[in-house]
Design a protein around this ligand. Structure first.
Ligand SMILES: *Cc1c(COP(=O)(O)O)cnc(C)c1O
Length: 373
């Protein structure tokens, strides 16, 4: 082994330099064009006006440390979902909670499992903890419970499942998630990332509350970034067994959630009408967009979230990259999907009525341009 004296500069721990940095949805296009950012699954309705008021009022408290336990927020969440507030931990986005869980339960030599087109934060948090990420095949853009169970080894410590998944928009019904949990050793942590659960209206779907409540190895993570429209504030929460809450509370920053985030979060949770309006807007326009874009001859991947994939088959000479450039010129920013192993797709977030109509119009023009060549 090289002597410590030979090391010329500080080296990070194993795995860190293997991380592909996460690239978020772009926010800018041609200078001078009006832009519609449809690349990050943000809500076109914005946050509740009550959340904005609470945020503004928090300006008077900027010199104060927040309540490190975020008790008021945990109680608001608990009341809303019928949970025990002691089993909730809040974080600076669900991202932070995913990092903390990985840090606590993974180390060198351990494996975490994610799926082929799973959310790209999972390999990042896994490698950051020095562990190895094992990626398993999906079946028709759905997580495959049997493939996940087949990939389990004695080294497996965590299984990550976004349900519904981003970017595919597919979900696993509750009985499949339960089958997954039952097939895992009790020592393997199953993390159910339910960032889009508020958008799902399917009888066979459950976000994970039931499974967390009845087992010792399941955690559900949630976010205020999507339907609640508070992505800028970085606010998420998890619901977990008491022993996991205890572990995460030991390693998290003691003041990881700010006062403006706590207070806006409480107000957002109380405004159920606003959440309902966001859900209805999404139902209506997700359906409309899927139908109109299909009619233009593009393949749509059915989604239960507030986004979906559009496929641009190579044979038709309409590549996703060309489409992206074409839309970008019109101020319509979608998300390229090469990093998710879906280079022939773009992901579109449901936007405002105006943005949605412009996307359909632009895709119609793109289809014509290409057909004419
Ligand atoms: C957007 C998203 C999140 C939310 O992350 P935050 O850190 O809470 O903003 C979590 N998981 C998935 C799959 C997402 O797409």
């Amino acid at each position: 082994m090289a002597s410590e004296n030979m090391v010329k500069r500080p080296e990070p721990q194993r795995g860190v330099l293997e991380i592909e940095p996460y690239v978020g949805g772009r926010a800018s296009a041609e200078p001078g064009t009006r832009i519609f950012k449809l690349s990050a699954n943000e809500t076109p309705l914005g946050p509740s006006p009550r959340a904005k008021e609470a945020f503004a009022a928090a300006a008077d408290k900027l010199h104060l440390y927040p309540d490190g336990g975020a008790l008021g927020l945990r109680e608001a969440i608990a009341a809303r979902y019928g949970l025990n507030a002691d089993r909730i931990v809040c974080g600076a986005g669900s991202d932070e909670l995913l990092h903390l869980l990985a840090q606590a339960y993974l180390g060198e030599g351990d494996e975490a499992i994610t799926t082929e087109h799973g959310f790209l934060v999972y390999p990042i948090v896994t490698k950051a903890a020095g562990a190895t990420c094992v990626t398993v095949k999906e079946t028709a853009l759905h997580a495959d419970v049997d493939a996940i169970l087949d990939a389990v080894t004695p080294k497996t410590k965590i299984v990550f499942l976004a349900n519904p998944n981003n970017p595919t928009g597919s979900y696993l019904p509750a009985d499949e998630v339960r089958r997954l949990q039952q097939g895992l050793r009790p020592g393997i942590l199953l993390i159910l990332d339910a960032a889009y659960s508020e958008y799902v209206s399917r009888n066979d779907y459950e976000a994970g509350i039931e499974l967390v409540a009845t087992s010792e190895n399941v955690v559900m993570t949630r976010t205020f970034s999507k339907i609640y429209g508070l992505a800028a504030l970085r606010l998420g929460w998890m619901y977990a067994p008491a022993h996991i809450v205890d572990v995460v509370n030991r390693i998290r920053g003691p003041f990881n959630v700010s006062i403006p985030a706590i207070e806006a979060g409480i107000a957002a949770m109380a405004d159920t009408d606003h959440v309902e309006a966001a859900r209805q807007h999404n139902d209506k326009w997700l359906g409309w967009l899927s139908e109109e874009i299909s009619k233009l001859g593009y393949e749509i991947v059915p989604s239960v979230g507030n986004f979906f994939l559009i496929r641009f088959p190579k044979e038709q000479g309409k590549t996703a990259k060309d489409a992206d450039a074409f839309l970008m010129k019109r101020g319509l920013i979608l998300r390229q999907m090469s990093s998710y192993g879906l280079p022939d797709c773009l992901r579109l977030s449901v936007g405002s009525e105006e943005a949605n109509r412009l996307v359909v119009k632009a895709l119609a023009e793109f289809a014509d341009v290409k057909a004419a060549v």
